[in-house]
Write a protein that binds this ligand. Structure first.
Ligand SMILES: NC(=O)c1ccc[n+]([C@@H]2O[C@H](COP(=O)([O-])OP(=O)(O)OC[C@H]3O[C@@H](n4cnc5c(N)ncnc54)[C@H](O)[C@@H]3O)[C@@H](O)[C@H]2O)c1
Length: 248
């Protein structure tokens, strides 16, 4: 018996990195896991196949979660197929770093739309079936940048701080319907997103992490799996930092 046997989950940005680790962890616990990806069809199909090999069902949906109608269409397809949606993980995200002096309007809009508006788009479609079921878990992947800020990431930090406000507001709106809404704030995780950092930047980062190391995607996924399970039924509106102690 898995913690999430036969639950239906949707993970945005599930084709790689943290989203991939989350999708696999939810499937390991027994859930059927649908993923959304933007471009890398082959990577996404690999994740879906890995989940199917575990005996759970999985579909990889191509779509841009920053576009309302595309996000709604994907959620609707999942609900038509399974007649329910138990777990939503809003994980898709991008960075377009640069000091504000040099940041373009396009860099600002791109990050806000992909990281924050997408959360509105997907969640708005997902809460209808959850409200009907009178149960659901929504987990938003924010970042420590949204809590403590980061020079060169005004757009990213604003999007991630926005996710935290969204999480807390929605937790208050949906608590009476038995829907828990929480956020996970990773620190520095080894993924494609962080691969572009220089050795010098990595060294500096390691110095401000009390545990003196970066995280593996699986270390974020484990916390998400816990929040998605009935063990976390009395937790809502929280931001759990999984950051080696950067924020305390
Ligand atoms: N890597 C880190 O150190 C770190 C730290 C804190 C927070 N995070 C957050 O964790 C999440 C995952 O990060 P990651 O490092 O795994 O990133 P990643 O770049 O490896 O993967 C991002 C995923 O999001 C998807 N995606 C991006 N834009 C999309 C769009 N418009 N529509 C649909 N899918 C889209 C991609 O297809 C991919 O699957 C992000 O929200 C990121 O901000 C990451």
């Amino acid at each position: 018996m898995g913690l999430l046997d036969d639950k239906v989950a949707l993970v945005t940005g599930g084709s790689r990195g943290i989203g991939r680790a989350i999708a696999v962890a939810l499937a390991d616990a027994g859930a059927h896991v649908m993923i959304v990806y933007r471009r890398a069809a082959e990577e996404a199909e690999c994740v879906a196949d890995e989940i199917k090999k575990k005996g759970r069902s999985s579909v990889a949906f191509q779509g841009d979660v920053a576009v309302y109608i595309e996000a709604k269409d994907i959620v609707d397809k999942v609900v038509v197929q399974y007649n329910r949606l138990d777990i939503l993980v809003n994980n898709a995200g991008i960075t377009k770093d640069g000091l504000l002096m040099r940041m373009t309007e396009e860099d600002w809009d791109g990050v806000i739309n992909t990281n924050l508006k997408s959360v509105f788009n997907v969640t708005k479609a997902a809460i209808r079936p959850m409200m009907t079921q009178r149960s659901g878990k929504i987990i938003n992947i924010t970042s420590v940048s949204g809590i403590i800020g980061n020079a060169g990431q005004a757009n990213y930090a604003a999007s991630k701080a926005g996710m935290i406000g969204f999480t807390k507001s929605l937790a208050k709106e949906l608590g009476s319907r038995n829907i828990q809404v929480n956020a996970v704030a990773p620190g520095f995780v080894e993924t494609d997103m962080t691969a572009k950092l220089t050795d010098e930047q990595r060294q500096k980062l390691a110095e401000i992490i009390p545990l003196r190391r970066t995280a593996k995607p699986e270390e974020i996924a484990g916390v998400v799996r816990f929040l998605a399970s009935s063990d976390a039924d009395y937790i809502t509106g929280q931001v759990i930092c999984v950051d080696g102690g950067m924020v305390m």
